[in-house]
Design a protein around this ligand. Structure first.
Ligand code: SAH
Ligand code: SF4
Length: 383
């Protein structure tokens, strides 16, 4: 259901996104202010106009300048002449038996990324992508089999939340504000790509997601998952301040080198030292250690014991992820009793060890199953 009075204003000109027609979605406050000054908005007014625009764009979901009724008509027309608010299009939406929704989104250059909405009893988590593909190639990850196509812009990262809100009908409407009936309560950067290899854009996007005039989701409800890009971890803690998850997955360098090859650059010891220094680390803001359960590879009792010894002293929880297979994947999911035995050792050592229930498996929306059609499309074009 549309939000605001969407009677088109004929004085406003809507144009498609394109060169020389910058998108306002994803601009930092300073960048938007500069952009407005660039089209002749007096410097004294630019801050207030930015704030008004943010409210329309991120709080009300306006898709067109014409609905921004507290801005003068002439100004709305001027905005539409210079800027766009276009969002990526949902090309495919799949809804799983368990309510999980997977969106395939087409970007303006034709590439595609995926975002996944996972509803739970008291919350709803949106899993978003940071890159088209990934430069890393973790051997158990489907995205890793796809080459990096490109980084997403900050706007393309924020827009994933906005498009999901469109689909979930989550913008405020006549029945009142969105608070209290939010469907997206949490955001996780666990889709395609390594967020810390697209650091600036991820940071700017998360600032918009956290801002009270932006999407307004608290930093404690945002989790960034990294494979372990050590030099950017501390900076992320300081500048983004969201929760951190680390794709740990192994307890010896030999095995982690195989599973998460970035380990050859920054090994387990280096990674753990960096995590110990993560700003804000406390019992209420623990680091999540993600640990994919691969049959016969990393799932023994000895692994569980090594794991708890390694992370000693770090406020942490261990998220055990049953491996999600994909076509041609070289691993198998650990048996259920093995996962439980592993979880018990970790638990007895004093760490919460929730097992992540695979969600949306029937639509290949579970962790590590995401892979866009971009590459396949290019391959078939070459043929
Ligand atoms: N690149 C980042 C974030 C995206 S991956 C990272 O690696 O952390 C999100 C999580 O899904 C990571 O913990 C990743 O290791 C895990 N994952 C990848 N492939 C998986 C698979 N096939 N089954 C289960 N988890 C997987
Ligand atoms: Fe990239 Fe993360 Fe997949 Fe590794 S697990 S290939 S870092 S998306």
């Amino acid at each position: 259901m549309p939000v605001t009075p969407l009677v088109p204003d004929v004085t406003a000109v809507s144009r498609p996104d394109g060169p020389g027609h910058p998108n306002l979605i994803g601009l930092t406050r300073d960048a938007m202010r500069d952009a407005l000054i660039g089209i002749g908005v007096p410097e004294k007014q630019a801050r207030m106009r930015t704030s008004q625009l943010w409210q329309w764009i991120y709080q009300k979901g306006a898709q067109d300048f014409s609905v921004m009724t507290n801005l003068a008509k002439a100004f709305r027309g001027q905005l539409a002449e210079h800027f766009t608010l276009a969002r990526p299009a949902i090309t495919t939406k799949q809804v799983s038996m368990d309510g999980t929704r997977k969106y395939l989104l087409r970007l303006f250059d034709g590439h595609e990324v995926e975002a996944v909405y996972i509803p739970d009893e008291n919350r709803g988590t949106l899993c978003i992508s940071s890159q088209v593909g990934c430069t890393l190639n973790c051997s158990f990850c489907h995205t890793g089999t796809q080459n990096l196509v490109r980084n997403l812009s900050a706007g393309e990262i924020v827009a994933q939340v906005m498009v999901a809100r469109d689909d979930l009908d989550e913008w405020p409407d006549d029945s009142g504000p969105v608070e209290g009936r939010r469907r997206i309560t949490n955001v996780v950067l666990m889709g395609m790509g390594e967020p810390l290899y697209n650091y600036e854009n991820v940071r700017d996007a998360m600032h918009i997601v956290m801002d009270n005039e932006g999407i307004s989701i608290s930093r404690r409800r945002i989790t960034l998952s990294t494979s372990g890009v050590v030099p950017q971890i501390e900076r992320a803690g300081q500048e983004i301040g969201c929760l951190l998850a680390v794709s740990f997955h192994a307890t010896t360098d030999a095995v982690r080198d195989q599973l998460v090859p970035i380990n050859k650059k920054w090994n387990i010891e280096t990674l753990l030292n960096t995590l110990r220094a993560y700003p804000r680390l406390s019992n209420s803001e623990r680091i999540t250690f993600e640990y994919v359960m691969l049959k016969g590879i990393n799932d023994s009792d000895a692994d569980a014991r090594r794991l708890v010894a390694l992370i000693k002293g770090i406020p942490a929880k261990i998220n055990l992820i049953p491996f999600n297979p994909w076509p041609g994947s070289p691993y198998q999911r650990s048996d259920w009793d093995r996962i439980e035995a592993f979880a018990e050792i970790v638990n007895n050592a004093g760490y919460a060890s929730p097992v992540r229930t695979p969600r949306g498996e029937d639509i290949m929306a579970a962790c590590g199953q995401l892979k866009s059609a971009s590459q396949k499309a290019r391959a078939s074009a070459r043929k």
